[in-house]
Design a protein around this ligand. Structure first.
Ligand code: NDP
Length: 290
């Protein structure tokens, strides 16, 4: 049997970022304007600090303006909403991302609802979710958008393929389902209430794992030749240290057609798609050409 093909999200994301940087440069030459991304971090969650740092670096590398707002953990909702109102009104800011999770005293839904949908580059606002669900032009959540790009790059036309998505969160599972429906897949969404998950997974031409449980999806749940996208990022103990694994038992997936590794698969695509969404939001604000 041919060895399983690794879908290299890191390389794909690097190519995407180069293309975005080229576009940013030529738009600056044409219009004298640069896209700006504001990222708001409340508190000191270590993983969030790493993500926010990575987003800042990527934004600068793409030639965009990066505005970082690091607020103390005890920030009140009024203060946070005040900052969002200021960013909504700022013409230099085209994208706004509030890093989740927020400290428990803050209502994430209210905070996301306060962001101008045209600047909501993580695509979590109900306006963007509704536009995606109804097939309108939306800012699409970055992680599932990255998964779609990888699938289309690897498989080409997805029409008629059966996609099984394990996980129904608002940030991954549900928007992933909408995107795959839009690409003419037949879509099944599985969750913690689904019956006989292994059998369901074995029917998948495309298997998306977005569960948050280390290596839950075993090799014998995967149909031979299937394309597997592992969204999971789980840190597990490894001797005296720790290591990252996905939601799929990678070592058992030798009979899959292709699989994204963890790390180096979906993760890098999320930031590349954030830059893509910021560029899209910026383009929509450019004055129409005469
Ligand atoms: P959530 O916890 O919000 O959702 C997990 C989903 O998995 C839920 O729908 C849940 O079902 C389902 N689930 C949990 N246990 C089982 C089970 N035993 N059987 C079947 N379904 C189950 O997670 P997210 O969607 O936010 O994230 C999923 C994973 O993706 C995590 O590992 C996260 O770290 C990673 N992630 C990676 C990103 C990246 O950039 N690569 C970005 C975002 C997330 P139910 O609804 O019934 O509870």
């Amino acid at each position: 049997m041919a060895p399983v093909q690794r879908i290299d999200g890191k390389a794909f994301a690097a190519r995407m970022t180069t293309r975005i940087a080229d576009e940013v440069r030529s738009l600056f030459d044409e219009a004298g304007l640069k896209p700006g991304l504001a990222v708001v971090l409340v508190g000191h969650d270590p993983a969030s600090q790493v993500y926010v740092g990575a987003k800042h670096k990527a934004t600068i590398a793409a030639g965009m303006k990066s505005f970082e707002h690091r607020l103390p953990a005890e920030t009140s909702e009024d203060v946070l909403l005040g900052l969002i109102a200021q960013l909504n009104a700022d013409p230099n800011v085209h994208g706004i991302l509030v890093q989740l999770p927020l400290p428990a005293h803050l209502d994430a839904s209210a905070v996301i609802a306060a962001i101008d949908p045209s600047k909501n580059v993580d695509g979590f606002h109900v306006v963007n979710a509704g536009q995606l669900a109804t097939g309108q032009d939306a800012l699409v959540p970055c992680t599932p958008l990255g998964c779609l790009f990888l699938l289309q790059d690897h498989l080409g036309d997805l029409s008629g393929l059966h996609a099984v998505i394990v996980g129904r969160s608002n940030i991954v599972g549900k928007p992933m389902a909408q995107l795959l429906l839009g690409a003419n897949c037949t879509v099944t969404i599985a969750h913690s209430g689904s019956r006989d998950l292994p059998a369901l997974c074995r029917t998948a031409d495309i298997l998306i794992a977005a569960v948050g449980r280390p290596e839950m999806i075993r090799g014998d749940w995967i149909k031979p030749g299937a394309t597997v996208i592992d969204v999971g990022i789980n840190r597990i103990p490894d001797g005296d240290s720790t290591r990252l694994v996905g939601d799929v038992a990678f070592a058992e997936a030798g009979h899959a057609g292709a699989i994204t590794p963890v790390p180096g698969g979906v993760g890098p695509m999320t930031i590349a798609c954030l830059l893509q969404n910021t560029l899209t939001a910026f383009r929509r604000k450019l004055p129409a050409k005469a």
